[in-house]
Structure formats: structure tokens, C-alpha cells
Ligand binder design. Structure first.
Ligand code: PHE
Length: 360
């Protein structure tokens, strides 16, 4: 009978150098599989004499059992090693302190107010403020809106309550930021260049109107400030705000009691499948009213219209936010839905600036 020692050594070597469970399986098939070397040898037993068969058969059986045991042991060892490597790679120190993401986000309105303020600050405009509960003189009369003027109805004004018997005209929730024009002129006189961002109120509610919304007033008064400068300022603003090389604006002749001449400005946009996009499509969205400040208004602010002139504009901040960030429904801004805020909100601490980027 052949000596099985070299065969045994050969297969034990192969088993011990197999590098992973798949190679072990290959070795097993090559040795003990149906057509494996050991199995074939066992098949030859039939051709042997009974004596040979006894000794060789016994030796082959022992070899087969030994290799089988070696294969199993090696396979187990390789699987253990693989598990150890994986555990080492996926090791996690659960005693480390957590890294929570900041709990809140910046509301798109706050973000846009900051962006708008940064752009106008860069053009030399200071920020002015006024109260949200305003006298009807500041909200209407001073702006050349007489008591019988239809604009008082058009504004759908919220009136404050007066005690019974008190028949002074009631205060109102300001219907626009224009009263801040008067307050700013009274405070600093001319020349002046200010913006006034803030909340305003009107009785109105649909997809693009809410009873409270936000405006940005602008006022520039000097010796010879013109309509051309108004147009340049607004175009420059829109380019910077929308962060695009050009936007298409449409100036429409209009009427406001506090400006003469007056223009309303629309921006080109598209509404498709509830998606709002700026700069393309054939819809127009009105974003602001503007014009040359009426002499009566200058006088209300204590500025001499024979010496000074300038422009004013008022734009809807909420609409700017909808357009820039593709937010289709204005009402969602004020529903305080955390999922909406997480989706549309901005990271705290990213303060917009013209040089550092507005909406990164
Ligand atoms: N106050 C106007 C409005 O709310 C906008 C406006 C402001 C128009 C300044 C002209 C000048 O619609």
C-alpha cells in the first residue's frame, strides 16, 4: 500500500494556509468532495485484495476523519478572526458624550431679513424702526391718505379697541412699514437713507396672503435722487438677493397716495406643479411698490420738498422668501410646524453677509 504520509502533509498544509472560509470550502471539496482526491482513493479500495483493503481502508478512513476535523477547526478559527476584525472596526465608545445637532433652526423670514439687511447695509442704508401698533396719523394721514381715501378700505385695516365714549380715532395695527418713513425723517431729517424691516397686518388670507406678514421699507432722500436711481437700486438688490447674474423685473405704472410717480414691480417666475421658480416661466409675481416720495409726505416728516427729493419702496419679505427658497404656501410660514421648520430652516450661526455669502 502507498504511504499516506506525504498526502496527509500536503492536505494539512493546504488547510492551514487557507486564508478565509471560502478557501476552506475549496480545499474541502478538492480533498473530501465527491471527486476529491481522498474520496477517489477510497473508491479504489474495491480493486484491492481483502488484506490490502483492510489496512488501506482503515488508514484512509482515519485520514479522512483527521482532515475533516482539521477543516472544521480552521474554518472556525477563520470565522472568529473575521468577527474580531469586524468588532474592532465597528468599535464604538458608548461612554463618549453625544454630539446633538443644534435644537433649532433660523426661520426663513429671519434669514431673509438678515440677507436683505446685509445687502442694503452694503449700499449705505441704515436700519430704522417703528411701532406695530400705530396711530392712524402715521399709518395714513402723514402718508397723504386722507380719512375718506379709498386706500383705508383697501388696506383691510385691523383697528384697536377704544373705551366706550372715547371718540379719538383708533390706533391701528400698521398696514405697511411706510409710517416708518415719517418717523425716520422726523428723527434725522434729510439727507437720509434707511430701510425698515418689520411686521405688518391686513385682514387677508389665502395661499399668498396672511393677516400678519413682513415688509421692508426703503427710503432715500437727497438733493437730486431720481427714479433712475430707484430702478438701479432695486435691480441691484434683486441680483444680489437671488444670487443670480440677472433677474427680470417688470416696472408697471401704478398709484400710491404717498409717491408720485409710482411703480409696482413684478419679478418673472413660474408656478409648475406647486413649485415656484424665479427667473423663468411666464408668470409674474408682484414683490414691491415704489415711487418718488410725494411732497406732502416729505412735509409730514419735516423735510422741505423744495430742497429735497427721493424715492421710497416697500417690498414683501415673505414673498421674497417664497421665491428664493421655493416655498409654495405662505400660510405654512406661521404654522410653527417643526417638520416644516427643520426642512426650510437655516443653521444657526450662519450670519448672512454680502462678502461672506448670503445663504450658504
Ligand atoms: N406701502 C406700500 C404697500 O404696502 C408699498 C410702498 C412703499 C409703495 C413705499 C411705494 C412706496 O403696498
Amino acid at each position: 500500500m502507498d504511504d499516506l504520509t506525504p498526502l496527509r502533509q500536503l492536505w494539512l498544509d493546504r488547510i492551514n494556509t487557507a486564508a478565509d472560509p471560502a478557501q476552506i470550502e475549496d480545499v474541502r471539496l478538492a480533498a473530501l468532495g465527491k471527486k476529491g482526491e481522498i474520496s477517489l482513493k477510497m473508491r479504489e479500495l474495491g480493486k484491492m485484495t481483502p488484506e490490502e483493503r483492510q489496512t488501506t481502508g482503515k488508514a484512509l478512513n482515519e485520514l479522512r476523519d483527521e482532515l475533516d476535523a482539521a477543516l472544521r477547526a480552521r474554518k472556525l478559527a477563520l470565522e472568529d478572526a473575521a468577527l474580531d476584525a469586524r468588532l474592532a472596526g465597528e468599535w464604538l465608545d458608548v461612554t463618549l458624550p453625544g454630539r446633538p445637532r443644534p435644537a433649532g433652526t433660523i426661520h426663513p423670514i429671519s434669514q431673509v431679513m438678515d440677507e436683505v439687511t446685509a445687502i442694503f447695509a452694503d449700499m449705505g442704508f441704515a436700519v430704522a424702526e417703528g411701532p406695530q401698533v400705530e396711530s392712524d396719523w402715521y399709518n395714513f394721514d402723514a402718508l397723504n391718505i386722507a380719512p375718506e381715501h379709498p386706500a383705508r378700505q383697501e388696506h383691510d385695516t385691523f383697528f384697536m379697541h377704544r373705551a366706550p365714549g372715547d371718540d379719538r380715532p383708533p390706533h391701528v395695527l400698521r398696514t405697511h412699514t411706510s409710517p416708518v418713513q415719517i418717523r425716520a425723517m422726523q428723527q434725522t431729517g434729510a439727507p437720509i437713507r434707511v430701510i425698515a424691516p418689520g411686521r405688518v397686518y391686513r385682514m387677508d388670507m389665502d395661499q399668498t396672503h396672511t393677516p400678519m406678514f413682513h415688509q421692508l421699507e426703503g427710503l432715500a432722500i437727497g438733493r437730486d435722487i431720481s427714479m433712475a436711481q430707484l430702478k438701479w437700486t432695486l435691480e441691484e438688490f434683486c441680483r444680489a438677493f437671488f444670487e443670480v447674474p440677472s433677474v427680470e423685473l417688470r416696472f408697471r405704472a401704478s398709484h400710491f397716495p404717498f409717491t408720485e410717480p409710482s411703480a409696482e414691480v413684478d419679478i418673472r417666475c413660474s408656478w409648475e406643479n406647486g413649485q415656484l421658480k424665479i427667473g423663468e416661466g411666464d408668470s409674474w409675481m408682484e414683490i414691491l411698490g415704489s415711487g418718488m416720495v410725494h411732497p406732502h409726505v416729505l412735509r409730514s416728516g419735516g423735510v422741505d420738498p423744495d430742497q429735497w427729493q427721493g424715492f421710497a419702496f416697500g417690498m414683501g419679505i415673505d414673498r421674497l422668501a417664497m421665491l428664493k427658497y421655493g416655498i409654495p404656501d405662505l400660510r405654512a410660514f406661521f404654522e410653527a410646524d417643526l417638520r416644516w421648520l427643520r426642512h426650510y430652516g437655516f443653521a444657526a450661526g450662519d450670519v448672512p453677509s454680502v462678502s461672506g455669502g448670503l445663504s450658504r
